[in-house]
Ligand binder design. Sequence first.
Ligand code: CMP
Length: 410
Amino acid sequence: MSLSFLFNLVSVVGAFLVGLWLPLRLIGINLPDLMTLGGDATVVVVAGINAYMSLKKLHRTTLDLVSVSLDILCLIPFSLITYAIYGEASPWTFYIDLLCIRHVSHIRSVLDRIDSLQPITYRLIPVMTFLPLLVHNIACGWIALGSGTAGTNPDHFLEYSKAIYWAFSTLTTVGYGDISAATPIQMLYACGVQVLGVGVFGFILSNVASLLARSDAARENHMDNLDRAETFMRIHDIPPELRTKIRAYYSYLWTHKKGYLDNSLLQGLPEKIQSELWLHINKTIVERVPFLKGASAELIEDLMHELKPRIYVPGERVFRAGDPGDALYFIHHGSVEILTRDQQVLATLSDGSFFGEMALISASPRNATVKATSFCDLYFLSRESFDKVTTAYPQFRIHLEDTMKARQAA
Ligand code: CMP
Protein backbone atom coordinates (compact mmCIF):
# COMPACT_ATOMS: atom_id res chain seq x y z
CA MET A 1 0.00 0.00 0.00
CA SER A 2 1.63 3.27 -1.11
CA LEU A 3 1.78 6.33 1.15
CA SER A 4 -0.33 8.49 -1.17
CA PHE A 5 -3.03 5.78 -1.26
CA LEU A 6 -2.99 5.62 2.54
CA PHE A 7 -3.19 9.43 2.78
CA ASN A 8 -6.12 9.52 0.38
CA LEU A 9 -7.91 6.75 2.24
CA VAL A 10 -7.45 8.40 5.64
CA SER A 11 -8.49 11.75 4.19
CA VAL A 12 -11.69 10.35 2.62
CA VAL A 13 -12.73 8.42 5.73
CA GLY A 14 -11.83 11.40 7.93
CA ALA A 15 -13.74 13.88 5.74
CA PHE A 16 -16.77 11.57 5.77
CA LEU A 17 -16.74 11.35 9.58
CA VAL A 18 -16.29 15.13 9.88
CA GLY A 19 -19.25 15.51 7.50
CA LEU A 20 -21.38 13.42 9.87
CA TRP A 21 -20.13 14.79 13.14
CA LEU A 22 -19.79 18.56 12.61
CA PRO A 23 -23.39 19.24 11.50
CA LEU A 24 -24.63 17.37 14.60
CA ARG A 25 -22.42 19.53 16.77
CA LEU A 26 -23.68 22.64 15.00
CA ILE A 27 -27.32 21.85 15.83
CA GLY A 28 -26.39 21.36 19.46
CA ILE A 29 -26.36 17.57 19.67
CA ASN A 30 -23.53 17.15 22.09
CA LEU A 31 -21.43 14.09 21.65
CA PRO A 32 -19.22 12.65 24.39
CA ASP A 33 -16.08 14.73 25.03
CA LEU A 34 -13.80 12.06 23.66
CA MET A 35 -15.68 12.04 20.33
CA THR A 36 -15.61 15.83 20.16
CA LEU A 37 -11.87 15.75 20.72
CA GLY A 38 -11.50 12.99 18.15
CA GLY A 39 -13.55 15.04 15.68
CA ASP A 40 -11.31 18.07 16.16
CA ALA A 41 -8.25 15.88 15.66
CA THR A 42 -9.79 14.39 12.47
CA VAL A 43 -10.25 17.87 11.00
CA VAL A 44 -6.56 18.59 11.63
CA VAL A 45 -5.47 15.26 10.13
CA VAL A 46 -7.62 15.67 6.99
CA ALA A 47 -6.60 19.30 6.45
CA GLY A 48 -2.93 18.50 7.20
CA ILE A 49 -2.78 15.57 4.78
CA ASN A 50 -4.40 17.51 1.98
CA ALA A 51 -2.33 20.65 2.50
CA TYR A 52 0.80 18.46 2.43
CA MET A 53 -0.28 16.60 -0.71
CA SER A 54 -1.19 19.82 -2.57
CA LEU A 55 2.12 21.47 -1.62
CA LYS A 56 4.04 18.37 -2.73
CA LYS A 57 2.53 18.57 -6.23
CA LEU A 58 4.97 19.66 -8.92
CA HIS A 59 2.45 21.61 -10.97
CA ARG A 60 0.10 23.54 -8.77
CA THR A 61 -2.94 25.27 -10.23
CA THR A 62 -4.71 28.30 -8.78
CA LEU A 63 -7.37 25.90 -7.53
CA ASP A 64 -4.70 23.92 -5.64
CA LEU A 65 -3.49 27.12 -3.97
CA VAL A 66 -7.04 28.05 -2.94
CA SER A 67 -7.46 24.52 -1.58
CA VAL A 68 -4.22 24.74 0.42
CA SER A 69 -5.31 28.10 1.88
CA LEU A 70 -8.62 26.58 3.00
CA ASP A 71 -6.81 23.60 4.54
CA ILE A 72 -4.40 25.88 6.41
CA LEU A 73 -7.43 27.77 7.70
CA CYS A 74 -8.83 24.46 9.01
CA LEU A 75 -5.49 23.69 10.64
CA ILE A 76 -5.71 26.74 12.89
CA PRO A 77 -7.41 25.54 16.13
CA PHE A 78 -10.02 28.33 16.21
CA SER A 79 -12.40 26.27 18.34
CA LEU A 80 -9.74 25.79 21.01
CA ILE A 81 -8.80 29.47 20.87
CA THR A 82 -12.41 30.62 21.26
CA TYR A 83 -12.87 28.00 24.00
CA ALA A 84 -9.87 29.40 25.86
CA ILE A 85 -11.18 32.98 25.52
CA TYR A 86 -14.98 32.56 25.94
CA GLY A 87 -15.22 29.25 27.78
CA GLU A 88 -16.99 27.61 24.80
CA ALA A 89 -16.20 27.04 21.15
CA SER A 90 -17.89 29.52 18.81
CA PRO A 91 -20.18 27.99 16.16
CA TRP A 92 -18.47 29.92 13.32
CA THR A 93 -15.31 27.91 13.96
CA PHE A 94 -17.28 24.77 13.01
CA TYR A 95 -18.32 26.38 9.74
CA ILE A 96 -14.64 26.79 8.90
CA ASP A 97 -13.99 23.14 9.76
CA LEU A 98 -16.90 22.12 7.49
CA LEU A 99 -14.66 23.06 4.55
CA CYS A 100 -12.88 19.76 5.15
CA ILE A 101 -15.85 17.73 3.93
CA ARG A 102 -14.97 18.48 0.30
CA HIS A 103 -12.10 15.99 0.54
CA VAL A 104 -14.64 13.13 0.44
CA SER A 105 -14.44 13.67 -3.32
CA HIS A 106 -11.00 11.98 -3.26
CA ILE A 107 -12.87 8.71 -3.03
CA ARG A 108 -12.44 8.26 -6.79
CA SER A 109 -8.63 8.41 -6.44
CA VAL A 110 -8.87 5.74 -3.73
CA LEU A 111 -11.07 3.51 -5.88
CA ASP A 112 -8.75 4.03 -8.89
CA ARG A 113 -5.96 2.41 -6.92
CA ILE A 114 -7.93 -0.67 -5.89
CA ASP A 115 -7.38 -3.45 -8.41
CA SER A 116 -10.05 -6.01 -9.09
CA LEU A 117 -12.81 -3.47 -8.49
CA GLN A 118 -15.82 -4.18 -10.68
CA PRO A 119 -17.11 -1.18 -12.68
CA ILE A 120 -20.46 -1.49 -10.91
CA THR A 121 -18.79 -1.19 -7.48
CA TYR A 122 -16.68 1.71 -8.75
CA ARG A 123 -19.83 3.62 -9.59
CA LEU A 124 -21.89 2.52 -6.62
CA ILE A 125 -19.48 3.43 -3.81
CA PRO A 126 -19.26 7.20 -4.56
CA VAL A 127 -23.06 7.43 -4.89
CA MET A 128 -23.50 5.55 -1.61
CA THR A 129 -21.01 7.87 0.08
CA PHE A 130 -22.18 11.24 -1.22
CA LEU A 131 -25.92 10.63 -0.87
CA PRO A 132 -26.10 9.91 2.90
CA LEU A 133 -23.67 12.73 3.60
CA LEU A 134 -25.73 15.18 1.57
CA VAL A 135 -29.04 14.15 3.15
CA HIS A 136 -27.52 14.29 6.63
CA ASN A 137 -26.13 17.80 6.09
CA ILE A 138 -29.37 19.10 4.59
CA ALA A 139 -31.35 17.59 7.49
CA CYS A 140 -29.03 19.21 10.04
CA GLY A 141 -29.34 22.54 8.21
CA TRP A 142 -33.15 22.19 8.39
CA ILE A 143 -32.98 21.54 12.15
CA ALA A 144 -30.67 24.55 12.59
CA LEU A 145 -33.37 26.68 10.90
CA GLY A 146 -36.10 25.41 13.24
CA SER A 147 -37.40 22.31 11.38
CA GLY A 148 -40.23 24.21 9.64
CA THR A 149 -43.81 23.30 10.64
CA ALA A 150 -42.49 20.20 12.48
CA GLY A 151 -40.94 22.58 15.02
CA THR A 152 -38.18 21.84 17.48
CA ASN A 153 -38.39 18.74 19.64
CA PRO A 154 -36.53 17.86 22.82
CA ASP A 155 -36.28 14.29 21.51
CA HIS A 156 -33.26 14.70 19.24
CA PHE A 157 -33.77 11.36 17.53
CA LEU A 158 -37.36 12.21 16.56
CA GLU A 159 -36.37 15.69 15.42
CA TYR A 160 -33.52 14.28 13.33
CA SER A 161 -35.74 11.56 11.82
CA LYS A 162 -38.31 14.15 10.77
CA ALA A 163 -35.57 16.32 9.26
CA ILE A 164 -34.17 13.37 7.29
CA TYR A 165 -37.68 12.58 6.07
CA TRP A 166 -38.16 16.20 4.98
CA ALA A 167 -34.73 16.28 3.30
CA PHE A 168 -35.45 13.14 1.31
CA SER A 169 -38.92 14.15 0.18
CA THR A 170 -37.69 17.64 -0.78
CA LEU A 171 -34.55 16.43 -2.55
CA THR A 172 -36.56 13.92 -4.56
CA THR A 173 -39.02 16.77 -5.28
CA VAL A 174 -41.82 14.57 -3.92
CA GLY A 175 -42.64 17.14 -1.21
CA TYR A 176 -45.58 15.54 0.66
CA GLY A 177 -46.26 18.88 2.32
CA ASP A 178 -46.89 17.45 5.81
CA ILE A 179 -43.73 19.23 6.94
CA SER A 180 -43.20 22.54 5.21
CA ALA A 181 -41.32 25.81 5.57
CA ALA A 182 -42.83 28.26 8.06
CA THR A 183 -40.46 31.24 7.95
CA PRO A 184 -39.01 33.13 4.96
CA ILE A 185 -35.52 31.76 5.66
CA GLN A 186 -36.87 28.19 5.76
CA MET A 187 -38.70 28.83 2.47
CA LEU A 188 -35.50 30.03 0.83
CA TYR A 189 -33.65 27.03 2.24
CA ALA A 190 -36.34 24.66 0.92
CA CYS A 191 -36.08 26.32 -2.54
CA GLY A 192 -32.32 25.83 -2.50
CA VAL A 193 -32.71 22.15 -1.54
CA GLN A 194 -35.27 21.63 -4.31
CA VAL A 195 -32.96 23.15 -6.91
CA LEU A 196 -30.14 20.97 -5.57
CA GLY A 197 -32.48 17.98 -5.65
CA VAL A 198 -33.13 18.36 -9.38
CA GLY A 199 -29.41 18.17 -10.09
CA VAL A 200 -28.37 15.68 -7.44
CA PHE A 201 -31.18 13.23 -7.98
CA GLY A 202 -30.84 13.57 -11.73
CA PHE A 203 -27.22 12.55 -11.23
CA ILE A 204 -28.12 9.70 -8.88
CA LEU A 205 -30.95 8.40 -11.05
CA SER A 206 -28.77 8.44 -14.15
CA ASN A 207 -26.08 6.59 -12.19
CA VAL A 208 -28.54 4.03 -10.88
CA ALA A 209 -30.03 3.58 -14.36
CA SER A 210 -26.60 3.04 -15.90
CA LEU A 211 -25.65 0.76 -12.99
CA LEU A 212 -28.66 -1.41 -13.67
CA ALA A 213 -27.99 -1.37 -17.40
CA ARG A 214 -24.35 -2.30 -16.86
CA SER A 215 -24.89 -4.81 -14.10
CA ASP A 216 -24.87 -7.45 -16.78
CA ALA A 217 -23.17 -5.81 -19.73
CA ALA A 218 -22.51 -9.12 -21.49
CA ARG A 219 -26.20 -10.08 -21.44
CA GLU A 220 -27.20 -6.57 -22.57
CA ASN A 221 -24.81 -6.81 -25.49
CA HIS A 222 -26.18 -10.25 -26.36
CA MET A 223 -29.79 -9.03 -26.14
CA ASP A 224 -28.92 -6.10 -28.42
CA ASN A 225 -27.49 -8.45 -31.02
CA LEU A 226 -30.51 -10.71 -30.70
CA ASP A 227 -32.87 -7.74 -31.11
CA ARG A 228 -31.05 -6.64 -34.24
CA ALA A 229 -31.16 -10.17 -35.65
CA GLU A 230 -34.91 -10.44 -34.94
CA THR A 231 -35.60 -7.09 -36.65
CA PHE A 232 -33.47 -8.15 -39.62
CA MET A 233 -35.34 -11.46 -39.92
CA ARG A 234 -38.70 -9.69 -39.75
CA ILE A 235 -37.78 -7.10 -42.39
CA HIS A 236 -36.47 -9.77 -44.78
CA ASP A 237 -39.29 -12.17 -44.06
CA ILE A 238 -36.91 -15.01 -43.20
CA PRO A 239 -38.59 -18.48 -43.19
CA PRO A 240 -39.31 -20.02 -39.75
CA GLU A 241 -36.77 -22.90 -40.06
CA LEU A 242 -33.97 -20.45 -40.80
CA ARG A 243 -35.08 -18.22 -37.93
CA THR A 244 -34.89 -21.22 -35.60
CA LYS A 245 -31.32 -21.91 -36.77
CA ILE A 246 -30.28 -18.29 -36.25
CA ARG A 247 -31.76 -18.26 -32.75
CA ALA A 248 -30.04 -21.55 -31.97
CA TYR A 249 -26.74 -19.99 -33.08
CA TYR A 250 -27.20 -17.01 -30.76
CA SER A 251 -28.20 -19.30 -27.93
CA TYR A 252 -25.02 -21.37 -28.46
CA LEU A 253 -22.94 -18.17 -28.62
CA TRP A 254 -24.43 -17.05 -25.33
CA THR A 255 -23.99 -20.32 -23.42
CA HIS A 256 -20.45 -20.95 -24.66
CA LYS A 257 -18.96 -17.49 -25.18
CA LYS A 258 -21.28 -15.16 -23.27
CA GLY A 259 -22.09 -13.54 -26.60
CA TYR A 260 -18.53 -12.39 -27.41
CA LEU A 261 -17.05 -14.23 -30.35
CA ASP A 262 -14.23 -11.94 -31.29
CA ASN A 263 -11.93 -10.27 -28.80
CA SER A 264 -11.55 -7.02 -30.74
CA LEU A 265 -11.99 -4.97 -27.59
CA LEU A 266 -8.62 -6.27 -26.36
CA GLN A 267 -6.77 -5.16 -29.44
CA GLY A 268 -5.68 -1.80 -28.02
CA LEU A 269 -3.53 -3.57 -25.42
CA PRO A 270 0.28 -3.77 -25.70
CA GLU A 271 1.56 -6.79 -27.71
CA LYS A 272 3.09 -8.53 -24.71
CA ILE A 273 -0.10 -8.37 -22.65
CA GLN A 274 -2.13 -9.46 -25.70
CA SER A 275 0.08 -12.56 -26.09
CA GLU A 276 -0.39 -13.47 -22.44
CA LEU A 277 -4.11 -12.88 -22.79
CA TRP A 278 -4.41 -15.06 -25.89
CA LEU A 279 -2.48 -17.73 -24.11
CA HIS A 280 -4.87 -17.60 -21.22
CA ILE A 281 -8.04 -17.34 -23.33
CA ASN A 282 -7.01 -20.20 -25.64
CA LYS A 283 -5.43 -22.35 -22.98
CA THR A 284 -8.22 -24.91 -23.22
CA ILE A 285 -7.11 -25.53 -26.83
CA VAL A 286 -3.61 -26.34 -25.63
CA GLU A 287 -5.12 -28.67 -23.06
CA ARG A 288 -7.29 -30.39 -25.66
CA VAL A 289 -4.89 -30.71 -28.59
CA PRO A 290 -2.58 -33.56 -27.51
CA PHE A 291 0.50 -32.59 -29.52
CA LEU A 292 0.41 -29.01 -28.22
CA LYS A 293 0.74 -30.19 -24.61
CA GLY A 294 4.42 -31.03 -25.11
CA ALA A 295 5.21 -28.09 -27.44
CA SER A 296 7.58 -25.26 -26.47
CA ALA A 297 6.18 -22.22 -24.69
CA GLU A 298 7.30 -19.93 -27.57
CA LEU A 299 5.48 -22.02 -30.18
CA ILE A 300 2.30 -22.06 -28.12
CA GLU A 301 2.47 -18.34 -27.45
CA ASP A 302 2.93 -17.51 -31.15
CA LEU A 303 0.29 -19.99 -32.20
CA MET A 304 -2.27 -18.65 -29.73
CA HIS A 305 -1.66 -15.15 -30.99
CA GLU A 306 -2.52 -16.20 -34.55
CA LEU A 307 -5.58 -18.38 -33.84
CA LYS A 308 -8.99 -16.88 -34.61
CA PRO A 309 -12.34 -18.25 -33.36
CA ARG A 310 -15.20 -19.27 -35.65
CA ILE A 311 -18.46 -21.06 -34.91
CA TYR A 312 -20.18 -23.49 -37.30
CA VAL A 313 -23.77 -24.64 -36.96
CA PRO A 314 -24.87 -28.28 -37.33
CA GLY A 315 -24.85 -29.35 -41.00
CA GLU A 316 -22.70 -26.42 -42.12
CA ARG A 317 -19.78 -27.16 -44.46
CA VAL A 318 -16.42 -25.84 -43.27
CA PHE A 319 -15.07 -26.38 -46.82
CA ARG A 320 -15.57 -28.69 -49.81
CA ALA A 321 -13.25 -31.18 -51.47
CA GLY A 322 -11.43 -29.28 -54.22
CA ASP A 323 -11.48 -25.90 -52.42
CA PRO A 324 -8.11 -24.16 -52.08
CA GLY A 325 -6.40 -24.70 -48.73
CA ASP A 326 -6.63 -21.41 -46.87
CA ALA A 327 -6.48 -22.43 -43.19
CA LEU A 328 -5.77 -25.10 -40.60
CA TYR A 329 -8.58 -25.79 -38.10
CA PHE A 330 -8.51 -26.88 -34.45
CA ILE A 331 -11.68 -28.23 -32.85
CA HIS A 332 -12.19 -26.61 -29.50
CA HIS A 333 -15.65 -27.95 -28.94
CA GLY A 334 -17.98 -30.01 -31.18
CA SER A 335 -17.53 -32.58 -33.94
CA VAL A 336 -17.07 -32.69 -37.74
CA GLU A 337 -17.31 -35.36 -40.41
CA ILE A 338 -14.61 -35.83 -43.06
CA LEU A 339 -16.46 -36.79 -46.26
CA THR A 340 -15.17 -38.09 -49.58
CA ARG A 341 -16.39 -36.54 -52.84
CA ASP A 342 -19.18 -39.14 -52.97
CA GLN A 343 -20.23 -38.31 -49.41
CA GLN A 344 -18.70 -41.38 -47.70
CA VAL A 345 -17.68 -40.68 -44.10
CA LEU A 346 -13.90 -41.06 -43.85
CA ALA A 347 -13.63 -40.06 -40.21
CA THR A 348 -15.35 -38.13 -37.43
CA LEU A 349 -13.19 -35.69 -35.50
CA SER A 350 -14.06 -34.02 -32.22
CA ASP A 351 -12.62 -31.88 -29.35
CA GLY A 352 -8.83 -31.50 -29.56
CA SER A 353 -8.46 -32.73 -33.18
CA PHE A 354 -7.31 -30.65 -36.13
CA PHE A 355 -7.95 -30.84 -39.87
CA GLY A 356 -7.05 -29.04 -43.08
CA GLU A 357 -3.31 -29.68 -42.81
CA MET A 358 -3.00 -31.66 -46.07
CA ALA A 359 -3.85 -28.86 -48.49
CA LEU A 360 -1.54 -26.46 -46.65
CA ILE A 361 1.45 -28.80 -46.49
CA SER A 362 1.19 -30.22 -50.00
CA ALA A 363 -0.05 -26.97 -51.58
CA SER A 364 -2.91 -28.87 -53.23
CA PRO A 365 -6.72 -28.47 -53.07
CA ARG A 366 -8.72 -29.97 -50.19
CA ASN A 367 -8.93 -33.72 -50.56
CA ALA A 368 -12.15 -34.07 -48.57
CA THR A 369 -15.23 -32.14 -47.50
CA VAL A 370 -15.57 -31.21 -43.83
CA LYS A 371 -19.03 -30.77 -42.35
CA ALA A 372 -20.05 -29.82 -38.79
CA THR A 373 -22.28 -32.44 -37.16
CA SER A 374 -23.01 -30.31 -34.09
CA PHE A 375 -22.39 -26.73 -33.04
CA CYS A 376 -18.66 -26.42 -33.60
CA ASP A 377 -16.38 -24.07 -31.81
CA LEU A 378 -13.32 -23.96 -34.07
CA TYR A 379 -10.10 -21.97 -34.04
CA PHE A 380 -8.42 -21.46 -37.39
CA LEU A 381 -4.90 -20.57 -38.44
CA SER A 382 -4.86 -18.68 -41.77
CA ARG A 383 -2.42 -19.75 -44.50
CA GLU A 384 -0.15 -16.72 -43.81
CA SER A 385 -0.10 -17.48 -40.08
CA PHE A 386 0.48 -21.17 -40.84
CA ASP A 387 3.51 -20.29 -43.03
CA LYS A 388 4.82 -17.93 -40.35
CA VAL A 389 4.52 -20.47 -37.52
CA THR A 390 5.84 -23.48 -39.50
CA THR A 391 8.86 -21.46 -40.71
CA ALA A 392 9.69 -20.37 -37.17
CA TYR A 393 8.98 -23.80 -35.62
CA PRO A 394 9.90 -26.67 -37.99
CA GLN A 395 8.88 -29.24 -35.35
CA PHE A 396 5.28 -28.02 -35.68
CA ARG A 397 5.38 -28.75 -39.43
CA ILE A 398 7.01 -32.16 -38.83
CA HIS A 399 4.22 -33.13 -36.48
CA LEU A 400 1.55 -32.08 -38.98
CA GLU A 401 3.33 -34.02 -41.73
CA ASP A 402 3.37 -37.17 -39.53
CA THR A 403 -0.36 -36.84 -38.92
CA MET A 404 -0.97 -36.26 -42.63
CA LYS A 405 0.97 -39.43 -43.53
CA ALA A 406 -0.92 -41.48 -40.93
CA ARG A 407 -4.24 -40.23 -42.27
CA GLN A 408 -3.29 -40.89 -45.89
CA ALA A 409 -2.24 -44.42 -44.94
CA ALA A 410 -5.54 -45.08 -43.17
P1 CMP B 1 -7.24 -31.13 -46.38
O1 CMP B 1 -6.98 -31.99 -47.56
O2 CMP B 1 -6.60 -29.80 -46.33
O3 CMP B 1 -8.82 -30.95 -46.21
C1 CMP B 1 -9.58 -32.08 -45.85
C2 CMP B 1 -9.05 -32.58 -44.55
O4 CMP B 1 -9.65 -33.73 -44.00
C3 CMP B 1 -7.61 -33.01 -44.73
O5 CMP B 1 -6.84 -31.92 -45.05
C4 CMP B 1 -7.35 -33.71 -43.45
O6 CMP B 1 -7.04 -32.81 -42.45
C5 CMP B 1 -8.67 -34.36 -43.19
N1 CMP B 1 -8.64 -35.77 -43.54
C6 CMP B 1 -8.53 -36.31 -44.74
N2 CMP B 1 -8.52 -37.66 -44.65
C7 CMP B 1 -8.64 -37.97 -43.37
C8 CMP B 1 -8.70 -39.19 -42.62
N3 CMP B 1 -8.66 -40.38 -43.21
N4 CMP B 1 -8.83 -39.10 -41.28
C9 CMP B 1 -8.89 -37.93 -40.66
N5 CMP B 1 -8.82 -36.76 -41.32
C10 CMP B 1 -8.71 -36.77 -42.65
